[in-house]
Write a protein that binds this ligand. Structure first.
Ligand SMILES: Cc1cc2nc3c(=O)[nH]c(=O)nc-3n(C[C@H](O)[C@H](O)[C@H](O)COP(=O)(O)O)c2cc1C
Length: 191
C-alpha cells in the first residue's frame, strides 16, 4: 500500500490486513509505530503499557498455533479459511503484543482496556500511514494462559491483542461503513 499522510483519509483507508509479503519491516518503522502508540492516552495518565515485538520464528509459530485454536473454538465450522488473504499469524514478519498493567486488586475491565486500545489504534494508524498493514486480533485470549507462558508475561499483566505487522501482498480500497446517521443520535437516546 502507498504511504498516507492525510489524517482524515487515513481513518478511511485503515483496513484489516491478514496477509503479508516477505519484505522486512525495519526497526525504524517499528520505532515510529510504537512512538505513536505511547502518545495515546491512558487513565490518570498512568501509561501502563508494554509492547512485546516478536520476530523469533519459533515464538511466532507457537503464538500462531494458540491463536488458531482460539479461532476454531470461536467459529467452529465457520472458521474463516486460510488463503491468499488470511495467512497464519506466523507468516507475518513481526507480531506486536500490546500488554497492560492490571493491579491485583483490580480486575481487568473497561478502564483497563481503555488504557491500551487507544494506543493500539494509534499503532495501527501509524503503520498504515507508512504503508504497512495490521489487524487487531484478540482471539488468542481464549488460550491466554498458554500465550502468557510462551511470552513469559508476568502475573498482573494482560495481553490485549496480537497485531501482525508487515507489507501487504496487495492494495486495499477504503473500508466500508454504513452511513454515519445510522450510529448517531442528537441530545438523547432514540430508538
Ligand atoms: C475487538 C476486536 C477484536 C478483533 N479480533 C479479531 C481477531 O481475533 N482476528 C481477526 O482476524 N480480526 C479481528 N478483528 C478485526 C475485525 O475483524 C476488523 O476490524 C473488521 O472486520 C473491520 O475490517 P475493515 O476495517 O477492513 O473493514 C477484531 C477487531 C476488534 C475491534
Amino acid at each position: 500500500m502507498e504511504p498516507m499522510n492525510d489524517a482524515m483519509e487515513l481513518f478511511r483507508h485503515q483496513r484489516a490486513v491478514r496477509a503479508f509479503s516477505d519484505r522486512a519491516v525495519t526497526d525504524d518503522a517499528i520505532d515510529q509505530i510504537l512512538q505513536a502508540a505511547i502518545h495515546g492516552p491512558s487513565g490518570s495518565n498512568t501509561q501502563p503499557w508494554h509492547f512485546i515485538v516478536v520476530r523469533d520464528q519459533a515464538v511466532k509459530d507457537q503464538l500462531s498455533d494458540a491463536y488458531e485454536e482460539g479461532i476454531r473454538e470461536a467459529y467452529g465450522d465457520a472458521t474463516p479459511a486460510r488463503g491468499a488473504d488470511r495467512q497464519p499469524l506466523s507468516a507475518a514478519p513481526v507480531l506486536i503484543v500490546p500488554c497492560v498493567d492490571t493491579p491485583p486488586s483490580n480486575r481487568a475491565g473497561f478502564q483497563t482496556g481503555a488504557s491500551i486500545y487507544p494506543n493500539i489504534q494509534n499503532l495501527m494508524l501509524a503503520a498504515r500511514a507508512l504503508g504497512l498493514g495490521t489487524v487487531l486480533t484478540t482471539l488468542h485470549r481464549r488460550r491466554k494462559e498458554r500465550v502468557h507462558e510462551i511470552l513469559a508475561i508476568p502475573e498482573g499483566i494482560e495481553s490485549a491483542a496480537i497485531i501482525p505487522l508487515g507489507w501487504p501482498t496487495r492494495t486495499y480500497g477504503p473500508n466500508r461503513r454504513p452511513p454515519l446517521a445510522n450510529f448517531v443520535m442528537q441530545d438523547r437516546w432514540r430508538s
